[in-house]
Design a binder for this molecule. Structure first.
Ligand code: SF4
Length: 180
């Protein structure tokens, strides 16, 4: 059997979930025997490839670019995992949702609170427009498994990945859910 084609993606998140992934320490060496990393913020691939076996998604869906990328990833991934609370619930990025429309928020943050020369971060084709509200991944595409936590502990990530490399869909319960 060939190696599992593995990807991880960072949408609207802080990278903390990926940092927790790196906390797997020496178990990453065991994992590297079983998976081929075909796309990740910690790899150098520029284009999300086809025929990916499993993709971990860190972060919420915050802007139009996140949404477009996510649909491509869903089409090209057999197993899609919401990785961390921002992906699972919206979490920190979704704190803007109760504040209402995007424009007044941008006005306060980038214009009124600016020390000098405040302006909106607008550049067509460069700065993706924000979505009206931040959404968890499962609101936008089908999700096969969830790894909660902010960030999920390395133990919890390991429990999920052990199921994946065994050919199972991870379903974390009991102490696995409490870890971290
Ligand atoms: Fe960062 Fe927590 Fe969101 Fe992970 S779940 S991206 S650690 S804020």
């Amino acid at each position: 059997m060939g190696k599992i084609r593995f990807a991880s993606v960072w949408l609207g998140g802080c990278s903390g979930c990926h940092m927790s992934f790196l906390d797997l320490d020496e178990w990453l060496i065991d994992l590297a025997e079983l998976v081929e990393v075909v796309y990740s913020p910690i790899a150098d691939a520029k284009v999300f490839p086809s025929n990916v076996d499993v993709t971990l998604i860190e972060g919420a869906v915050c802007n139009e670019d996140n949404l477009e990328v996510l649909h491509t990833i869903r089409e090209r991934s057999r197993l899609l995992v919401s990785f961390g609370d921002c992906a699972v619930t919206g979490n920190v990025p979704a704190m803007r949702n109760p504040l209402g429309d995007v424009d007044p928020i941008l006005q306060v943050v980038y214009v009124e609170a600016a020390d000098a020369q405040g302006q909106y971060p607008v550049e067509s084709g460069v700065v993706p427009p924000l979505l009206p509200r931040v959404r968890p991944v499962h609101e936008c595409v089908r999700v096969d498994a969830f790894i909660s936590g902010c960030p999920p502990s390395a133990d919890r990530i390991k429990a999920a990945l052990e199921a994946i490399v065994a050919g199972e869909t991870p379903h974390l319960t009991g102490s696995q859910l409490k870890a971290g």
